[in-house]
Design a protein around this ligand. Structure first.
Ligand code: RIB
Ligand code: CA
Length: 320
C-alpha cells in the first residue's frame, strides 16, 4: 500500500487523476490539498468537493485549501480549457428537481491550511508519504520554506509538469504548471527530496480521442462516467479548435498510474532547473536528456516513454 497526498488544481484532468487514485486499491489517499492554477483556489476546493461527491465514499481523505497565489508571479488560470468553473461548466447542470446534477460531497474542509496539512502528513508518515503534485508547486515550496526538516521526511514527489523536447501548452516554450509558478518548481527541484517528473513529452503520448471516450462511457449510467463525459466536452472542443484533434490529454492521470503500474513508463535521470526570469522563457524546464550527457548529480527522473494503449485500457478498466 502506497501512502499518497494529492496536491491539485481541479481541473478536468485532475478529476480523472483523483478518481483513478481513489479507485486504485494499491494506493491510500491520505490527504488532498488544493492549489491555485486552472482556477482560483477557492473554486478548486469547490471542485474537489464535487469530485469527491461522485464517489459514494464511506470516509473521506483529509483535505485542505492551499495557496491562492504563486510565490512571485501573478496567477494565470486556464478557464479557456477547463471551463469557467474548471470542471467543464458542469456546475451549471441541473437535475429534474432543479438541484445541482453533481452536488458536492457532504463533508468539511480541514481547519488548517493546505501547507500545514502537507507538513502534518509528512510528519505522520515519515519516509513513506508520496506527494502527487498535479498543479503548480506553490504549496510544496511554501511547505519547504515553513519546515524543511519535516519536508525532508517526504519519500518522493511525483509531479505532472514541464516540457523538454516539444512546444509548451501555455506559452510557446512552457507548460502550464511550471509557467504559473516557476519559482516554486525551482525551489522544489533544488530541495533534495527525490522528484519524478511527468512532462508533456510523456502525457502527449496518450491521445484520448472523443470517439474512445464516447465508446467507453456511452452505455454507462453511473455518476462518475456521466460526469467525466459531461466535464470533458469543453476541453475536447478547445482541443478540436486549438490542439489539432477532437479529444483530450488526461495529463494528471499519468503520475497516478506511474505509482501503480510503473512498467507502463520509462524515465531517465536528469539535472533539472527552471527558468524564472526570462521574458519569453519563464517557466521553461531546462535539462539535458541525452544519454551521453548524463549529469553527475541528477536531481530528478524524467518520464520519456509511456505505453499509451496499456495506460488507457488500465484507466477505463479501473473506472468500471
Ligand atoms: O499542462 C497540464 C497541466 O496544467 C495539468 O495539470 C492541467 O490540469 C493543468 O494544471
Ligand atoms: Ca492539474
Amino acid at each position: 500500500m502506497q501512502r499518497i497526498l494529492i496536491d491539485t488544481d481541479p481541473g478536468v484532468d485532475d478529476a480523472y487523476a483523483i478518481i483513478l487514485a481513489m479507485r486504485s486499491p494499491e494506493l491510500h489517499v491520505a490527504a488532498i490539498t488544493t492549489v491555485c492554477g486552472n482556477v482560483p483556489v477557492n473554486q478548486g476546493t469547490q471542485n474537489l468537493l464535487t469530485i469527491l461527491g461522485l464517489l459514494d465514499l464511506d470516509e473521506f481523505p483529509a483535505f485542505a485549501q492551499g495557496e491562492a497565489a504563486p510565490l512571485v508571479k501573478p496567477l494565470v488560470t486556464a478557464a479557456h480549457v477547463h471551463g469557467d468553473d474548471g470542471l467543464g461548466n458542469t456546475s451549471h447542470l441541473r437535475n429534474t428537481d432543479g438541484g445541482p446534477l453533481y452536488p458536492p460531497a457532504d463533508t468539511d474542509l480541514a481547519s488548517i491550511s493546505g501547507v500545514d496539512l502537507i507538513l502534518e502528513m509528512a510528519e505522520r508518515y515519515p519516509d513513506e508519504l508520496i506527494i502527487v503534485a498535479l498543479g503548480p508547486l506553490t504549496n510544496l515550496a511554501k511547505a519547504i520554506r515553513k519546515d524543511a526538516a519535516k519536508m525532508r521526511k517526504v519519500r518522493k514527489i511525483i509531479m505532472m509538469g514541464g516540457v523538454f523536447e516539444e512546444y509548451g501548452n501555455v506559452t510557446t516554450t512552457a507548460e502550464f504548471n511550471t509557467f504559473v509558478d516557476p519559482h516554486a518548481a525551482q525551489e522544489v527541484f533544488q530541495f533534495g527530496v527525490p522528484v519524478q517528473i511527468v512532462p508533456l513529452d510523456a502525457t502527449h503520448q496518450v491521445v484520448l480521442t472523443r470517439d474512445r471516450l464516447h465508446a467507453e462511457l456511452e452505455n454507462r449510467a453511473d455518476k462518475v462516467s456521466r460526469f467525466l463525459w459531461d466535464a470533458t466536452q469543453a476541453c475536447m472542443e478547445f482541443y478540436r479548435q486549438h490542439v489539432g484533434f477532437w479529444g483530450f490529454h488526461i495529463h494528471d492521470a499519468l503520475p497516478v498510474a506511474m505509482l501503480t503500474h510503473p512498467d507502463y513508463f520509462e524515465s531517465v535521470d536528469a539535472y533539472v532547473q527552471v527558468e524564472t526570469v526570462g521574458d519569453l522563457t519563464s517557466g521553461v524546464m531546462v535539462a539535458d536528456l541525452r544519454p551521453e550527457r548524463q549529469h553527475s548529480n541528477p536531481n530528478a527522473q524524467v518520464c520519456v516513454t509511456v505505453a499509451a494503449d496499456a495506460f488507457l485500457d488500465h484507466f477505463f478498466e479501473r473506472l468500471r
